[in-house]
Design a protein around this ligand. Sequence first.
Ligand code: HEM
Ligand code: NAG
Ligand code: NAG
Length: 438
Amino acid sequence: MKFLYSSAALLLVTAAQALCPYAERALQDPSFLKRHLEKQESSQDEAANEKRQSGPGGIPFTTFDKNQLIDVTGDHAWKAPGPNDLRGPCPGLNALANHGYFPRSGVVPLTVGATATNQVYGLAINFGLPLSVYATLVDGDVVGDTWSIGGKQPQTVTSPILGAGDGLSGSHNKYESDASPGRGDYYLFNGDVSSLRVKKFKALYDLQKNKPVPNYNLDVLIQHRKYTFDDSKNTNPYFFFEPFAGVAVANAAHTFIPALFSNHSTQYPNGLLDKQTLKSFFAITEAADGTLSYKPGYERIPNNWYRRPLGAVNEYTPASFAQDLVKIAAVVPEAVSVGGNTGKVNSFTGVDLGDITGGAYHTTDLRNPTKFVCYFYQITLALVPDFLRSEALGSALGSALNLLHSKIDPFVDPKCAKIANYNDTFASKFPGGAIGQP
Ligand code: HEM
Ligand SMILES: *[C@@H]1O[C@H](CO)[C@@H](O)[C@H](O)[C@H]1NC(C)=O
Ligand SMILES: *[C@@H]1O[C@H](CO)[C@@H](O)[C@H](O)[C@H]1NC(C)=O
């Protein structure tokens, strides 16, 4: 086991060197190089540990500051959601609403979707803002610039877009996907994609059963990713895995767990996600006999919880996710491809991404970090118009596309291949491609 870890660490170092992140980081933060060199002199053990759990580009965090403590008092005290408050499939967002970092109603203004996820969890703005824009456009209110973290928004929705205001809970195959870390598949649970399935959670929980220092790190979540993907493949004849909701969102839902729920300290500057904290974020309590119970809407940021450090080199960016995705692909290659079951369990068939993107991206590009980052933004820019295309929106279409481009274009590297002709006909080959759509 020790040996396996070392080879993984070695691969990671090689990948990091290829991107030359040290140089990039040293440019952004001149004191980094000095700290990095000092760190190199620390014990072998510590260095090996840090290489396993690290920030963007596989670089270990080197600092811990007490300002990483997240306030859960006063305005940010935990409160259970009221009867009209919306909660949904994302535990990270449910917890923000329960602590008043999002409106407790669960209806989130576009910009707050990005700033609160940044300030509380260290999700980079270049990740959170596209996610929030996408939510606004595909299941939110494009006139009021808000979206729901759960079910349908109240009647204040003024957007003429079909499916507007359905919220994350009503966004199957657009945002919400099969093969989630803890939520069930749409077909298997009659469209309830918001409730945690305790069996799935327990599969993750038990991966650290007899460990002296339980830590749900990326390696553990990759093991769980294998379980969740195979579980959908083996039990759901309508399993479907979309270019964005599947490849990007459902995989990120796995990597976000160690990247954003871990507690940070001087001892563990790269974070440690123990059982208590994992259960707290997932609204799980454990009885004396080990039975796990889930209370919907009770997601909670633990007391004395310290997020990852902020700053360009520490926050979780699409580039950090792209690095994690390479490691997922090494263990679960199908999870980094588009496809689905064809009506029977265990019939997963992949689709060449080249056919979907008019040749702009190929399936193998998803495991090339530079190309994946391009893909992440370009698929958003291609999908939103695809969802809106068939709708008679009049001037609303123009303003929706305007919003999309004004918020996303600033992040786009002009060298990236554009998806000029998005071809969505592949979905009709999969019975699961049609379900859950408005
Ligand atoms: C604006 C930002 C965000 C949006 C729009 C968003 C949206 C979503 C959606 C649609 C899902 C369902 C995915 C699926 O079906 O597999 C999801 C799941 C998830 N998200 Fe988020 N999310 C955001 C930020 C975050 C953050 C900051 C965290 C952690 C701190 C987080 C943690 C998770 C986790 C752990 C899951 C999987 C839940 C499960 O399967 O039990 N998300 N999110
Ligand atoms: C986070 O780590 C610090 C330092 O070890 C500890 O005092 C605190 O209780 C931890 N928080 C959680 C939620 O485990
Ligand atoms: C769209 O993709 C389908 C396969 O899913 C293919 O048969 C068709 O030729 C493609 N259309 C265009 C215009 O590329």
